[in-house]
Each structure stands twice: as structure tokens, then as C-alpha cells.
Design a binder for this molecule. Structure first.
Ligand code: SAH
Length: 242
């Protein structure tokens, strides 16, 4: 699906609306203005792509609403060349935003269906995946940058690529996984929504910013109460692609 004047216009209006909220850096707004979100939502829902609302994607998941993507990305404070780990690839939209900001992106998804959907969407958005085994991992390259996708369980992070300058979790975690704290560089930051109540599954989370200090301690700050799809354990290998 191509970009069009209509979608470009809607994207511009969305950016103007987000800019009015006054929370987001110019470079984050520029990224939202550049990435064609309509390519990433489920087929038939393109009309909703530029409203500030979550939209359904495959496997009963949702792509976070643009203001949430903007907030989490803003908090990550990416510098060109940063190594960023994302937990919850979903449709691949957040990957494209991180990449646009100059990051080398490593993203893990637990659902085989979405892992494949993300590859398809990113390809459609112009990222080039060379022929390779798409069972558990895929690497897209464009210019000199890279997006690496993995089928896996985000609770374990990605030890072999650690440490990371930043880690973003896009699903609601029951607690802060130890592995993610370990895999941060000193000075790095983890942006993670954590369930309000650890005792039971909750659909409300507190978005937290956790910064690893140079001497290896952690400084946490609560940002906002929000709602994300749950972070679940294990890999779901069902493949359900039209
Ligand atoms: N960043 C995504 C948002 C997708 S919603 C986007 O731009 O579309 C969150 C995603 O987290 C879902 O796809 C869900 O399957 C995934 N998820 C949930 N638990 C996970 C885990 N333990 N490891 C990796 N991904 C997980």
C-alpha cells in the first residue's frame, strides 16, 4: 500500500494535535510525521490509523495509540547510533519510529503471527529483508541502519546483544523483569508499564522510567497510569496469516 496525499495530510494533522499536548520533542514529532502508520494497522482499518487511538492488529493485539508511542519514545531519549531493545514488536510500527530516530533496533515478539506480520509491514514500508530463515529471526537493512526482529519471550531480554542504551516494553508487565535491568548499559533507561497490582492480572499499569546509574544502581520514576495489552510468558507458535 502506497502513501498518499490523503494519508500525508492526516499524518500532519495528527502531529499538530500531538504537538499541542506540549510533551514531546521535535524529533519524536518528526518521526510520527514520517512513518506511514496506515501500513501497520490491520487491513480495512486504515481509516483509523491517524486518530489518536489504539487500533486492532492481528492476533487480538493492538498497536498503541500515537500519543503513547510518542510518550514512550520521548522518554527513551534516543541518540543516533543507540542500541535499543523493544519488547512486543506487534505490527512493527514502534520499530520503524525507533529506526527513524537513528537507533539500531532489536525487537522481540512472543507471537509467531505478529513476528511475520511485522516483517511483512516493514517490507511494505520500504525496509528490505534479504532472503533468510524467517522462523525465529529476521534482519531488515535500509541504508546503513538495521532492524532485527526475534521470535522469543521478552522476559529474558536478549542477552547475546546486550547491553542496550535503552529498552522499551510495549506490553503491561506483571513486574520489572530482572534480565531487562541487567541488560541496560550504565546511563541507559528502561521504559516499562508495570501492573498496578502484582497479585492479579490487571489492565491498568503505571508507566515507569528506570535509569541505570553509572555505578549500577537504579533510579525509578512513575510517569502516568495507562493501559496496555498484557505481557505474557512463553512463545505462541500458532501461525494465522491471511
Ligand atoms: N510496539 C507494538 C505494540 C504491540 S502490543 C506496535 O508498535 O505495534 C504489545 C505486543 O507485546 C503484542 O504484540 C504482544 O504479543 C507482545 N508481547 C506480550 N508479551 C510478550 C513477551 N513476553 N515477549 C515479547 N512480546 C510480548
Amino acid at each position: 500500500m502506497k502513501d498518499s496525499l490523503l494519508y500525508k495530510g492526516r499524518r500532519k494533522m495528527l502531529v499538530e494535535k500531538l504537538a499541542l499536548q506540549g510533551h514531546f520533542s521535535d524529533k519524536v514529532l518528526k518521526a510520527i510525521g514520517a512513518v506511514p502508520r496506515h501500513i501497520f494497522v490491520q487491513e480495512g482499518l486504515e481509516e483509523l490509523a491517524y486518530k489518536d487511538m489504539p487500533v486492532a492488529i492481528e492476533a487480538d493485539q493492538t498497536i498503541s495509540q500515537p500519543s503513547t508511542v510518542a510518550l514512550q519514545t520521548h522518554l527513551l531519549d534516543i541518540k543516533s547510533g543507540d542500541k535499543i531493545l523493544e519488547i512486543g514488536t506487534g505490527c512493527g510500527y514502534q520499530c520503524a519510529i525507533l529506526f527513524y530516530l537513528g537507533a539500531e533496533v532489536f525487537s522481540i515478539e512472543r507471537q509467531q503471527t505478529l513476528f511475520r506480520v511485522a516483517v511483512k509491514n516493514l517490507e511494505e514500508a520500504g525496509y528490505i529483508f534479504p532472503e533468510e530463515n524467517l522462523l525465529t529471526s529476521a534482519t531488515a537493512a535500509i541504508h546503513s541502519g538495521k532492524i532485527h526482529l526475534f521470535l522469543g519471550d521478552g522476559f529474558a531480554g536478549l542477552e547475546k546483544e546486550a547491553p542496550f542504551d535503552g529498552i522499551i516494553v510495549t506490553c503491561g508487565a506483571p513486574y520489572v523483569p530482572e534480565a531487562l535491568l541487567k541488560q541496560l548499559k550504565p546511563g541507559g533507561r528502561l521504559i516499562i508499564p508495570v501492573n498496578k497490582s502484582p497479585e492479579h492480572v490487571s489492565d491498568r499499569q503505571i508507566l515507569k522510567e528506570i535509569v541505570k546509574t553509572e555505578d549500577g544502581r537504579f533510579k525509578a520514576r512513575d510517569i502516568l497510569e495507562m493501559s496496555f495489552v498484557p505481557m505474557l510468558k512463553g512463545i505462541n507458535r500458532n501461525l494465522n496469516i491471511k
